[in-house]
Design a protein around this ligand. Structure first.
Ligand SMILES: [Zn+2]
Length: 267
């Protein structure tokens, strides 16, 4: 059994065949899936509905750093006060398991100062409600690690689409942050990440596709799908010189621990 810890199954790209995709996931052993929150309102509600309808699907509450453009000039507290009833309602849902995705991204126009404010908002809520954080980090590991060290997340979290060095990987893991392993490791040129993933203990790793983004090697230009999680697991098995069964069992159980779920695959 496999757990896709980061999949945007709610995105438009799946509107035509969402039910079929989820069915083929279950047929191929992908029995649990986490939909990360990216923007308040409809997106949270849509993922919440999906999670309610489909056993095995969970969601999180968050505002992605790449979706902050409408609020560059409004303090986060003021923006989120308008959503407080929604936040309370979602946090009461047993399918809403985490906060995020949040974090720092140096590729985007939004200033790092604004991104830090929004990250702090998520972290505060995560501490209050003892929920794990789903972290997004692009070219900003030093800055993000400094923030996490100053206020260590009580329920841990996961740094999704991990692509750093072994030293960075170890720093996250020492803070109780799992490493989200996705399609990156299927590319031979991703030496640094493949090396880090190879040296890290399996106890620190969870699997993800980030579908519809981040296609695997050989599928560039196509829509990524949670069905391909098996290929990420196979690649990790090769890197760790382990059987697929061992990789599946260990990462599945890590993911359940991360999101506070039982390992029963029906719920
Ligand atoms: Zn994402």
């Amino acid at each position: 059994m496999l757990f896709d810890t980061h999949c945007h199954l709610d995105f438009d790209e799946f509107d035509g065949d969402r039910a079929a995709v989820w069915q083929s996931c279950r047929d191929s052993g992908v029995v649990k899936l986490m939909i990360p929150g990216v923007t308040p309102g409809n997106q949270w509600d849509r993922s919440g509905r999906l999670a309610e309808q489909e056993p095995g699907i969970y969601y999180s509450l968050g505002v992605h750093p790449c979706w902050l453009t409408p609020w560059h000039n409004t303090p986060v507290g003021q923006v989120m006060a308008g959503w407080s009833a929604d936040i309370d309602r979602h946090l009461q849902s047993p399918q809403c398991r985490a906060l995020g995705e949040t974090g720092l991204d140096k590729r985007i126009e939004t200033s790092l100062a604004v991104q830090v404010d929004w990250f702090e908002w998520h972290l505060t809520l995560a501490q209050q409600h003892r929920r794990p954080l789903i972290l997004h980090c692009v070219h900003a590991h030093a800055e993000l690690l400094a923030l996490l060290k100053r206020n260590k997340p009580v329920a841990g979290g996961v740094v999704h689409a991990f692509n750093g060095s072994y030293d960075i990987a170890r720093e996250y893991w020492s803070l109780g942050i799992y490493l989200g392993i996705g399609g990156t490791i299927t590319y031979a040129r991703a030496n640094k990440t493949r090396n880090a993933v190879q040296r890290m203990p399996l106890e620190a790793l969870v699997l993800e596709t980030d579908a519809p983004d981040m296609p695997l090697q050989g599928r560039q230009g196509q829509r990524n799908s949670p069905v391909f999680l098996t290929d990420v697991a196979t690649c990790l098995a090769q890197l760790h010189n382990q059987s697929l069964a061992v990789i599946a069992q260990q990462t599945y159980s890590n993911s359940c621990r991360l999101f506070g779920l039982t390992e029963n695959h029906n719920r």
